[in-house]
Write a protein of this length. Structure first.
Length: 122
């Protein structure tokens, strides 16, 4: 998995990274974004655009963000709540839109409220 989205994205999701991704591999859950490791081409455009500083190259993950390495992969390889099968590699996030579900790791995090976050998500 080349790039990983960490905790700083949760409840923020500025989505500037989504607009810059040339292969449309950043998917939207309910509270966080997730990079599909099978679709990412390792270009780093997302990392440069992330206002929250939430995107790391897998080998640059700080210790407190290491759980997100497996978690980002799990978003695609495990069956998420309310779904019949894993997402796998659907070939692009835009066609699916907002999925409205997160991994157990992200779901278990205490919700954070950022008054300006909703404005930035548009």
């Amino acid at each position: 998995m080349p790039y990983v989205i960490g905790t700083a994205c949760v409840d923020v999701m500025h989505k500037a990274c989504v607009l810059q991704c040339p292969v449309d591999c950043i998917y939207e859950g309910a509270r966080s974004l997730y990079i599909n490791p099978d679709e990412c081409v390792d270009c780093g455009a997302c990392r440069l655009e992330c206002d929250a500083g939430a995107i790391y190259y897998e080998t640059d993950l700080p210790d407190d963000q290491l759980p997100h390495l497996a978690d980002n992969a799990a978003f695609f390889s495990e069956t998420l709540p309310g779904r019949d099968a894993p997402l796998g590699s659907p070939g692009g996030a835009a066609a699916l839109g907002r999925l409205g579900v997160d991994t157990p790791l992200v779901s278990a995090l205490t919700p954070r409220h950022f008054p300006d976050a909703e404005t930035l998500r548009t």
